[in-house]
Design a protein around this ligand. Structure first.
Ligand code: VG1
Ligand code: CO
Length: 544
């Protein structure tokens, strides 16, 4: 029954699966054998007993259903016993992580390009998660990449498409495919973690919110949890129907792409809380009435208050943040007497720490926050934790932020992205920067003097694996810093990310303008890296 497709002349011309799996234009994925070779490479290298369970789901973007049908036939030919697939081909990234863990799957394929736009001319992506529910670690993605370079055949069975909209079981070859409710398990998990009664009470006393699902995957989850289970008014969730092209927008919950939400929250008709999530549901944006909370601050504020939520009471073991994320969380860890870990960018680096119980909450500056409840960052989880804290403390987002800064001080923070720049120019910039590292300490850039500069390398505290070249850090004597990194998730040219940070103690200016506070760091970054000289760009495309 197994059919072998040989592809001797079209070896996989992929890139290293980056921070989050493989991302390319849809047209690239539509080439004959392209997605198949990648999926087969995964099946060839990942550990799994014969007859294993595989989870498949995606964010509903264009091309989702086609790849799911092909992946199902290939799973059958590769000896899987059962595939669990979300109804309609839908599973948010955190929901997929939960399904993998809950049903003891050997892994899962998550089809998404996250916050990248969707549609026939836009982006698609495939990512493999391992049995703990988290993104495959570098040892696995490295093996997948090596396999893609030599693959010469993929296996499939001849079978009709499965009806992805009809819940229930179908046989495909010797394998069983079960179409599952994508929302129920996840919503139940959230109800176990948080004090839904307290939130419901706040809602009935007039607490209001808007959740912008950005026409991406979280719509059905948000409607079920926020409107049906927590009692928020119908219409609280906007853009709640997943669309194949996300309505033509970037499903990226930041101040640029969620501008409408931002404007609402800064205006006279703002509800108490504004929130949004990205294409695949793992990111979150939090805006209070008149108060935007940076993701780095959100991590620190959630960590400081996490024990308010029932499932976390008395069990904050540690905090982890990615290197470019601000050090706001470090101050909370210090005050609470728990360890703080600094990892490279990408959720896969949190997996071992979470599995070993070394940390309970983790986060990234790119709007990702999560905990040990799954092994992915989780957008709605962060929104619910905020809701739980605000409801129990009976406090506004703005008040909470001010109280936090008055205790811990404030880390002013911004990220400047230079998108779709020439790949060679970007590589040249990083190369030059790296070569100059040793000469930087002691040099002055305006009012700032460099105290330390390095290329970030990380040794995993659990398996001792080493990851090098994870970004250039330049620290200044006043404790501020700039960080330079090239994105691993773009699909066009290169994206340079410049991360800027400055700490202001509790006795300092706690309500100043971020752009003004970071002026010296912005100028220093330009001078140190020669951004304009290398890229021809005078200003960043996106500031978050
Ligand atoms: C970006 C973010 C990173 C995040 C990654 C995946 O990576 O900076 O923090 O983990 O996206 O997020 P990069 O390499 O482009 O900077 V998602 O929401 O795409 O799964
Ligand atoms: Co995402």
């Amino acid at each position: 029954m197994t059919k072998i497709v040989t592809v001797p002349t079209t070896p996989f011309e992929g890139q290293a699966p980056g921070t989050s799996g493989l991302r390319k234009k849809v047209r690239v994925f539509q080439q004959p054998n392209y997605a198949e070779n990648f999926i087969q490479s995964v099946f060839d290298v990942v550990e799994r007993p014969q007859g294993s369970v595989l989870v498949i789901g995606g964010d509903g973007r264009f091309h989702n259903r086609d790849v799911i049908q092909q992946a199902i036939r290939m799973a059958a030919a590769n000896g899987y016993g059962r595939v669990l697939v979300g109804q309609g081909g839908i599973l948010s990234t955190p929901a997929a992580s939960n399904v993998i863990r809950k049903y003891g799957a050997s892994g899962g394929l998550i089809l998404s390009a996250s916050h990248n736009p969707g549609g026939p001319d836009e982006d698609f992506g495939i990512k493999y998660n391992i049995a703990n529910g988290g993104p495959a670690p570098e040892s696995v993605t490295g093996a997948i990449l090596a396999r893609t370079k030599e693959i010469d055949r993929w296996l499939t069975v001849e079978a009709a498409d499965v009806d992805l909209d009809a819940p229930g079981e179908t046989a495909v070859g010797e394998m069983t495919v079960e179409v599952i409710d994508p929302v129920a398990d996840y919503a139940d998990l959230m109800e176990e973690l948080f004090d839904f009664d307290a939130i419901r009470k706040a809602v009935s006393s007039g607490f209001t919110m808007r959740f912008d699902a950005m026409s991406a995957v979280t719509g059905p989850y948000a409607v079920e949890i926020l409107e049906n289970r927590l009692g928020f008014a119908a219409g609280t969730v906007v853009n709640g129907t997943p669309l194949e092209d996300f309505g033509g927008h970037h499903p990226d919950p930041n101040l640029i792409h969620a501008k409408e939400l931002y404007d609402l929250m800064m205006g006279p008709d703002a509800p108490d809380l504004g929130a949004a999530s990205d294409g695949d549901g793992d990111r979150n944006l939090i805006i209070g009435r008149g108060r935007f909370v940076t993701p780095s601050d959100s991590l620190a504020m959630l960590a400081a208050n996490i024990e308010i939520a029932p499932a976390y009471r008395g069990r904050l073991s540690g905090i982890a943040r990615s290197m470019p994320t601000s050090a706001a969380a470090d101050r909370v860890a210090e005050a609470l007497g728990v360890p703080c870990f600094e990892t490279p960018t990408g959720w896969k680096f949190f997996g071992n720490l979470l599995d070993a119980g070394k940390v309970t909450i983790c986060g990234e500056e790119s709007a990702g926050t999560g905990s040990d409840h799954v092994r992915e960052k989780d957008g709605l989880w962060a929104v619910l934790l905020w809701l739980n804290i605000l409801a129990v403390r009976d406090i506004s987002v703005d008040q909470l932020a001010r109280t936090h800064w008055a205790r811990f001080g404030r880390n002013y923070y911004a990220r400047h992205d230079y998108e779709a720049i020439d790949s060679e120019a970007a590589a040249g910039l990083m190369r030059e920067l790296k070569a100059a590292l040793a000469t930087l300490p002691g040099q002055a850039f305006g009012p700032l003097t460099v105290s330390h500069a390095d290329s970030f390398a990380y040794t995993d505290p659990v398996d001792h694996s080493v990851s090098e070249n994870q970004g250039i850090r330049v620290l200044f004597e006043d404790g501020s810093r700039v960080v330079f990194r090239l994105s691993g998730t773009g699909t066009q040219g290169a994206t340079l990310r410049v991360y800027l940070e400055r700490y202001e103690p509790a006795s300092g200016q706690l309500d100043a303008d971020t752009g003004v506070m970071l002026e010296a760091q912005i100028a220093a970054a330009q001078e140190i890296a020669g951004i304009t000289r290398h890229t021809g760009r005078g200003a960043p495309d996106v500031v978050t």
